[in-house]
Design a protein around this ligand. Structure first.
Ligand code: MG
Length: 436
């Protein structure tokens, strides 16, 4: 063997030693955000009519959170919270979703996950945005994403078109609905391949399984849960392709992959044991979402944690994970790295607030949940204004079925005081309407 070959061999084995010891560089982040995927629609969370072998494997090889929450029970505010680390009301997007005729959006002054990770990271948003489709909030390249390929808002809104920012000019094309998920995964994988040599952040914001449900022929009729189940199974297959691509590129141990949902399920889908669903006041089912994360060598396999967390935690958590500085703004999220990597690590949250539009509709403190807002027939009910705030012990009563307010007056008093404090802090930030 020539001397040069020996040297190359020595360098390669030193590299592989480092690889075995942990990640070799700032970790890549792939954030797969399903749209309206229910807690109970994933096999490892208890689904039986829908098969999700790849998500189940991901959970076996990584961590699964059972008390992960979205920061809103609907789309726009949840995404604003997820991308900024702040309760959505702070961003001005707490009320309703952005509708077609609206001209507001995520303020440019907000620091998104993509902006936090730049300039070291290549960044892409592939899929749904829904944080403003009028200037200056559009396209998502104004918020730190080098590339955007996707939709301005939900795919049940009109007019609908796909946009591609690659090449510098925003190119518009028609939507071929059954192939959206396929195209989003294909584009996401291409982005990974192109940026394999440097740290990257890919946000894969799928439109599945949000209504309308339009599975492609290869998946139509495959599940035992109608078209909804078919598109979830297609999404699961996409996650399988994603994990295979990372493995093939040798990026397995260098990449944190997260799969979660923006809010609870809408008209179809399962919220598991949790009460109510998307848009449903302060009940668990609108907020409790699946959350699976995997990075071999960093996250131990088979970890399950019931420590409460929220999607606003991603900003400080990914800052710690990647060694970046978190944005110098008031964050509501907390670093949950320990929850993701250590068995039994406690939640860093003393309390978590659940906003329905811009009002505090619920609060969780440890095992206790206090609900102040619900819906009945054609309107929102301010339960606590009728002195009928509902107190539940989630450990004993996950379905929020029996009110313990009269049994535990000291817990009730604490919850009321916390809600009053939160309303005093956040109430003045309310816009009271969709447009700022
Ligand atoms: Mg949604």
């Amino acid at each position: 063997m020539r001397r040069r070959d020996l040297l190359i061999g020595a360098a390669a084995s030193a590299l592989s030693c480092r690889a075995a010891a942990g990640p070799r560089r700032a970790p890549n982040i792939v954030l797969v955000l399903a749209d309206d995927l229910g807690w109970g629609d994933v096999g490892v969370y208890g689904a039986s009519a829908i098969r999700t072998p790849h998500l189940d494997r991901m959970a076996r090889e990584g961590v699964r959170l059972t008390s992960a929450y979205s920061s809103a029970n609907i789309c726009t505010p949840s995404r604003a919270g997820m991308l900024t680390g702040r309760y959505p009301i702070r961003t001005g997007l707490g009320y309703d979703v952005i509708r077609q005729g609206d001209t507001h959006g995520l303020p440019l002054a907000e620091v998104t996950l993509a902006e936090m990770l730049k300039p070291d990271y290549a960044t892409a948003l592939v899929g749904k945005w829904h944080l403003g489709h009028a200037a200056p909030y559009w396209p998502p390249t104004v918020q730190g994403f080098d590339q955007f390929f996707g939709l301005p808002y939900s795919h049940d809104m009109k007019p609908l078109a796909l946009y591609d920012s690659r090449g510098g000019e925003l190119v518009r094309e028609d939507v071929d609905s059954p192939y959206l998920t396929e195209r989003f995964f294909a584009r996401g994988l291409a982005f990974i391949e192109e940026n394999r040599g440097r740290p990257f952040f890919l946000m894969l914001a799928l439109t599945a399984p949000h209504y309308p449900l339009d599975p492609p022929p290869a998946f139509a009729g495959r599940s035992a849960a109608g078209a909804y189940g078919d598109v979830v199974e297609e999404m699961d297959a996409g996650v399988g392709r994603l994990l295979a691509k990372l493995k093939a590129l040798g990026l397995d141990r260098d990449t944190l992959v997260i799969v979660t949902s923006d809010n609870g399920p809408w008209f179809e889908g399962s919220s598991g044991p949790w009460r109510d669903r998307k848009g449903g006041g302060g009940w668990e089912g609108g907020f409790r979402v699946p959350f699976i994360a995997r990075q071999p060598g960093t996250i131990p396999p088979g970890l399950v944690s019931d420590a409460p967390s929220m999607n606003i935690d991603l900003t400080p958590t990914l800052a710690a994970w990647t060694g970046r500085a978190p944005p110098a703004v008031q964050l509501d999220g907390r670093d949950v790295s320990a929850v993701l990597t250590r068995k039994g690590a406690p939640s860093p949250h003393a309390e978590l607030l659940f906003f329905n539009n811009e009002d505090v509709a619920g609060i969780r403190v440890g095992r206790w949940k206090y609900v102040t807002r619900s819906y009945y027939r054609d309107g929102e009910l301010p339960l606590d204004a009728y002195d009928y705030g509902l107190l539940f012990d989630l450990a004993a009563d996950p379905g929020e079925t029996y009110n313990l307010a009269s049994r535990r007056p000291e817990v009730l008093a604490d919850m009321k005081a916390r809600v009053a404090r939160a309303r005093a802090e956040f109430g003045p930030l309310a816009k009271g309407r969709r447009k700022p």
